[in-house]
Design a protein around this ligand. Structure first.
Ligand code: 2P0
Length: 316
């Protein structure tokens, strides 16, 4: 038998940027995300007699991270036989979005179903967190929150049950010639910033304010809080006392300036940035083409895609 699951990736509007327990992958803050319809991973698991195997986008790939995660699942759920994991990422690298959120969510869903473990999404979110923190948020459609918690049981994600709204995310891919600092390494360095404590305090307040803005379907407020939260996160990287760094390139800064210009013209546009140079612009579905045109005029060579609110995990 085999089982297939599809999970969409998500973008954090209130970021996770630091671990208080690296084994359990407990974050220092709660985070809040929007699931994206256009970007997802489809994963099929099939038992095999030999050893765990990963086929990613049609090619046999390094199994280390997948194998470690499958062993975490074996520790939590009891022994199961080796699996062939076949995964197709519909998260174009050109969009500059991380696929680990959708990948580990889809894998967790497929494995638990395959071995006959009927778990609810909260339980799945706890398990997926061990593979990649942001994956815990990818079981839910629309807006999700990941509660930081204090241990394995209390650190889980759930849906915000937010009303529908015409929110859109314009993703601008910026080329990066510098070697990327991994998320885990970036978080380790950020923790050494003298501003880290202030960031924790601010993030807690913004997490509350963001939930209110989402429930009020106030896209302008959502964007405004998200931009401030993201820029504060990136300020930690710059002010790290050990190996300060930035993910920004000159094009990242150019796009941030365009976003500010658009706002001055009365156009709803706010930026958020993750562990890389790409900029995601929070706007409305009707305004997204205006934002895209402004970016295209200034930077005709960059790839731009628009994403909208997506659904939670599903099984074929
Ligand atoms: C987030 N990011 O909340 C933050 C904002 C990037 C910037 O979660 O170490 O791949 O696997 O738990 O989830 C990306 O890091 O990190 C991330 P691990 P993950 O979306």
């Amino acid at each position: 038998m085999s089982t297939t699951a599809t999970a969409h990736t998500n973008i954090a509007l209130i970021k996770y940027w630091g671990k208080k327990d690296t084994r359990l992958n407990l974050p220092t803050t709660s985070s809040l995300s929007l699931t994206l319809k256009q970007f997802y991973t489809v994963t099929t698991v099939t038992p095999n007699a030999l050893a765990d195997q990963l086929i990613l986008n049609g090619e046999e790939s390094d199994t280390t991270r997948t194998h470690q995660f499958l062993d975490v699942l074996r520790g939590q759920l009891g022994h199961f036989s080796p699996l062939t994991v076949t995964s197709e990422n519909h998260v174009p690298t050109s969009a500059g979005l991380a696929s680990s959120a959708s990948a580990f969510a889809a894998l967790t869903g497929a494995v638990t179903r395959e071995i006959g473990c009927d778990l609810n999404k909260v339980a799945l979110s706890r398990l997926a967190r061990r593979g990649s923190g942001s994956a815990s948020r990818s079981f839910y459609g629309h807006f999700a929150v990941w509660h930081e918690g204090v241990d394995d049981v209390t650190s889980f994600s759930e849906s915000l049950n937010a009303p529908d709204m015409p929110i859109a995310l314009v993703v601008a891919e910026v080329s990066s010639r510098v070697k990327k600092v991994s998320s885990s390494e970036g978080m380790r360095r950020a923790l050494t910033s003298p501003n880290y404590h202030d960031w924790l305090t601010k993030s807690k307040l913004q997490f509350q304010d963001m939930q209110s803005a989402v429930m009020a379907t106030d896209i302008e407020k959502i964007g405004s809080i998200a931009e401030d939260n993201a820029l504060s996160m990136h300020a930690l990287n710059l002010t790290a006392s050990q190996k300060p760094f930035t993910y920004f390139t000159s094009e990242t800064q150019q796009i941030l300036a365009i976003v500010q210009d658009l706002r001055q013209q009365g156009i709803l546009a706010f930026a958020t940035i993750d562990a890389g140079p790409n900029v995601k612009i929070i706007t409305t579905i009707t305004t997204a083409p205006i934002v895209t045109a402004a970016l295209h005029d200034a930077l005709p060579h960059i790839h731009i895609e628009t994403a909208t609110s997506g659904s939670g995990i599903n099984y074929d």
